[in-house]
Design a protein around this ligand. Structure first.
Ligand code: ADP
Ligand code: MG
Ligand code: MG
Length: 896
């Protein structure tokens, strides 16, 4: 196996093997963009290392060969004080995981070569600064030493000299600092800082391999649904130096604004700094325009390269660059992460610029992003007390209690509070707090700081660089400079990730213009937008959603069971109801009647209860059929076990026991109830008397519902409507079950048709939620006009999981052990449960080629699942009303 590829050997399509960073570095080389030479160690080598705990045997040799080639190209040698080649060792997985894994810069420096570098560069300050950075990064990432030791020593050095910036430390100070750092290494590890360049490099490579499995990397992958078994590639690259003085610097930029999607280059620049300083928010950065003033030649060259990259990738790119003494180098590029609104605006801009087609534009946005745009925003009209303004880093409106660290963030959210994580700046250790917080606020850093990048990725509201804030993490207070206001942990603030404003106290929120567009159409949406950017956004969403509807093969229905929800679903673009549950219609006041049905000792008693329920049910259905007039409406007959309508067994037993013990009379009804509750009690209600089984045991119950549906349809027809009810029988396992219900139903429907003098076109179909039903779908087809896969229950029955029991007991372990990356209840388990769906569809269609098949259940609103359902040829997905726009977009995306 070949484990090492020079940058000249790769290209952007080899991300599996070379990781995103390595593949794109190679692509830039091909485009003739100035990239420092280097090579990539494959993800395969990382996987081998992680599996066996050591690098593959041949890796060392391959690295030597590649390194020598690099040395020959550069005319320099690793660690040679006279012609010094220094290296960076950089992580880079297939999917970008910003700040999650490790990178070590300035590899190759030691006590001798630092002198050589000082001499050769004529810049001793730079040489010693680089050396102290190496020891610091190497100590922290490779040797696992607590980074605070180094940070504290750095602060102490600055204090001692009365300076505030790293750049103000002179050579002597840096030499002293190097000694302190070396002492820290020796004290913490028992051995001196390694002086051999090759040893430094090899250790750094292995540390990058290992960084794949840090806790924070795992948390990040779980969130982003990145598989745990990919591993990272490692890029070894010649160093270029942004910390050589005032003619050098380093920066990050985007070809369009990643938070708003504004056209035009956007970026941050730091003079006399090395790589990580920008992202770490150590100093406040300058806007990119500053580079134009400082070094117009490098600036122009950078602009030309950005243009080349955007044209080549046909998308917004982000770039890391460094200027070394007036010479520009690009160190990284990738298709840039962006906020949801930027994604939509950029996609529609690129369509307008004729750089991509509408179909391609659909691939540039996704349902999750659309969800984010539907979030409410702060009410413009509301009175607000402005505390300060920072940079808008990730949009949204968040209100919550101030917390200063992960522990508080987790504890307060567990207690039900919304929290805002407030930090001077964030670093990867803050991830846990960022995940649970409603919003993130930092005092330092730019739009490309850690906080901003991570928050955008998570769709979390974030404001950064609010410089007026003085955050004292030790006393847990925030002071606003120039005012005497001091905020403590627990105080409520509101942050606006779209404008950067920070407000005191609770601020009311209003619906987003995009959600108004979804509900009321383009004109209303645009009217609700307060600025041109938002108007453009609404138009962009319309462009893409309209195209998605045009392209989609899958139809989108909604799960809804109250007329208001049905109406809302229709506004959101649902083309029918895929699942109208009926059980809640037996709750509240009606519970009493169901109790009577269960307790009835004679058919007469039972029928009386049915008679009482009948008009009520009919009323429910009239409302729903009216709201969905002209569109198919699948009504599921009652599904849950009867005990759900009865009092809890323990409560009732206790109540009666207490009565007996205190001599209070126990009524006849209570005794009967207890008896019934005992009889109905099941060990595994999920697998017990429910669905069609219940319908067969208490025939009148389904009969009541079927009659109510038929009567309601007749009512609607008489009122001039166009009702399209479909009756769905839950939990069918055998064709005989369905046949019996069907015969009953046909009889009832015929009777209603006759008595009302109307023709009712009511389809009857089975809900497929048992493996047996899926495997025998061809025979069920004989009695079924349609099928709907109930994938929630199908997941439970295929895995033998009871959802309520398993999710809280062992799913976390299952994620950690890699049994699944994402819960099978969230995203369809393609290989198992999905296979049952595929087989069911295939068997059904082998008998009735155009039998309508759909899916209802949570998966109907899950993007990945939707793509799967499209692929297996389902006719529709049904999801909750709020997911309908998302499902429409995804159905369109699945078709292109
Ligand atoms: P991440 O994946 O976290 O972005 P990188 O590997 O890109 O980490 O490196 C971290 C920082 O170090 C970046 O700012 C990058 O530009 C800088 N850097 C990496 N390699 C070099 C190099 N060869 N010369 C100069 N700076 C470098
Ligand atoms: Mg980077
Ligand atoms: Mg079910």
């Amino acid at each position: 196996t070949k484990y090492v590829f020079a940058f000249t050997e790769g290209d952007k399509d080899k991300k599996d093997l070379l990781g995103g960073k390595g593949a794109n570095l190679a692509e830039m080389m091909k485009l003739g963009i100035p990239v420092p030479p280097g090579f990539t160690i494959t993800t395969e080598a990382c996987r081998a290392y992680l599996a066996q705990g050591s690098s593959p045997d041949t890796l060392g040799v391959e690295v030597t060969t590649a390194l020598r080639q690099m040395e020959a190209d550069m005319g320099k040698k690793l660690g040679d004080p006279d012609d010094l080649l220094l290296l960076s060792v950089r992580s880079g997985a297939k999917f970008s995981m910003p700040g999650m894994m490790e990178t070590v810069l300035n590899i190759g420096l030691n006590d001798q070569s630092v002198e050589g570098l000082a001499r050769k560069s004529g810049n001793p300050r730079f040489a010693w600064d680089s050396y102290r950075r190496l020891i610091q990064m190497f100590g922290k990432t490779v040797l696992d030493i607590d980074g605070d030791y180094f940070a504290d020593a750095l602060d102490a050095a600055k204090d001692k000299r009365g300076v505030t910036q790293d750049t103000e430390l002179d050579v002597d100070a840096l030499k002293e600092l190097v000694d302190v750092y070396k002492d820290i290494v020796e004290r913490e590890t028992g051995v001196p800082f390694p002086q051999t360049p090759r040893e430094q490099m090899d250790k750094a490579i292995e540390a990058v391999f290992r960084s794949w499995n840090t806790d924070r990397a795992k948390i990040y992958r779980r969130r982003e649904r990145i598989p745990h078994d990919l591993g990272t590639a490692v890029n070894v690259q010649a160093m270029v130096f942004g910390n050589m003085g005032d003619k050098s610097g380093t920066g990050v930029c985007f070809t369009r604004d990643p938070s708003t999607g504004h056209t035009g280059v956007y970026g941050d620049y730091l003079v006399n700094a090395q790589g990580e300083d920008v992202v770490a928010g150590i100093r406040n950065t300058l806007p990119l325009d500053a580079l134009k003033e400082l070094d117009e030649k490098s600036y122009n060259e950078l602009m030309a390269n950005l243009h080349t990259l955007e044209t080549h990738y046909r998308d917004m790119c982000d770039i890391e660059f460094t200027v070394e003494e007036g010479k520009l180098w690009l160190l990284q590029t990738r298709v840039g992460k962006r906020t949801a609104s930027a994604a939509f605006r950029i996609a529609s801009q690129l369509v307008e610029e004729r750089l991509i087609t509408r179909d391609e534009a659909l691939t540039r946005v996704n349902g999750e992003q659309l969800t984010q745009l539907l979030f409410p925003q702060f009410d413009d009209e509301a009175e607000k007390i402005t505390l300060t303004k920072g940079m808008a880093a990730s949009p949204g409106a968040a209100v919550g209690e101030i917390v200063f660290n992960n522990a508080e963030a987790v504890a307060r959210t567990k207690a039900g509070a919304d929290v805002i994580l407030v930090r001077r700046e964030t670093n990867p250790d803050d991830l846990e707090g960022m995940v649970v917080a409603s919003g993130i606020l930092t005092a330092r850093g730019g739009k490309t700081s850690h906080a901003a990048v991570v928050a955008r990725g998570m769709g979390r509201c974030c404001v950064v660089g609010a410089e007026e804030l003085y955050v004292d993490e030790s006393t847990e207070t925030v002071t606003i400079r120039g005012s005497d206001r001091v905020l403590k942990a627990g105080d409520v603030i509101a942050i606006d990730g779209t404008s950067g404003y920070v407000y005191l106290g609770d601020v009311p929120v209003t619906p987003s213009p995009v959600s108004i567009y979804i509900e009321e159409g383009l004109e209303a949406g645009i009217a609700a937008a307060h600025d041109d950017e938002t108007k453009e956004l609404v138009a962009a969403v319309d462009l893409l959603l309209t195209h998605a509807d045009k392209r989609a093969r899958l139809k989108v229905r909604a799960n809804a069971d109250a007329p208001e929800d049905v109406a809302r679903a229709r506004k959101f673009g649902a083309t029918g109801i895929g699942l109208c549950r009926t059980e809640h219609m037996f709750l509240g006041d009606r519970r009493q009647l169901i109790e009577t049905v269960i307790l009835a000792e004679t058919p007469e008693e039972q029928n009386a209860a049915f008679e009482a329920l009948s008009p009520l049910q009919r009323g429910d259905f009239v409302g729903i059929l009216e709201a969905m007039d002209g569109l198919p409406t699948t009504i599921r007959l009652i599904d849950p076990p009867l005990h759900e309508f009865l009092p809890d067994i323990t409560d009732l037993t206790v109540k009666i026991a207490v009565k007996e013990a205190t001599g209070v009379e126990v009524t006849e009804k209570e005794r009967k109830l207890l008896k019934a509750v005992r009889e109905q009690h099941e060990q595994n209600p999920m697998l017990g008397l429910r669905g069609v089984r219940l319908g067969l045991k208490i025939r009148g119950l389904f009969g009541l519902q079927i009659r109510a549906i038929a009567e309601a349809a007749a009512d609607r027809i008489e009122a001039g409507g166009d009702p399209r009810p479909e009756i769905m029988v839950p939990l069918v396992g055998s064709v005989r079950e369905l046949q019996i219900i069907r015969e009953d139903a046909e009889e009832i429907i015929a009777a209603v048709e006759e008595s009302r003098g109307v023709t009712l076109n009511i389809q009857i179909g089975a809900m497929i939620e048992l493996p047996r039903a899926a495997m025998t779908a061809h025979s069920l087809t004989e009695e079924s006009d349609f099928f709907s896969f109930g994938t929630n229950d199908l997941t439970q029955t295929a895995w033998g999981f009871s959802r309520d029991d398993v999710e809280s007991t062992f799913f976390n372990e299952y994620f950690d052990l890699g049994v699944f990356g994402v819960s099978p209840f969230e995203s369809i388990d393609v290989r198992g449960v999905g296979k049952l769906v595929a087989v069911g569809v295939e068997k059904a269609r082998s008998v009735k080629p155009d039998i309508k098949c759909g899916v209802c259940g949570e998966h109907g609103g899950d993007p990945q699942s939707i793509h799967f359902f499209d692929a297996v040829g389902l006719d529709y997905v049904s999801c909750s009303p709020f997911r309908v726009p998302v499902a429409r977009l995804e159905a369109g995306r699945a078709a292109v």
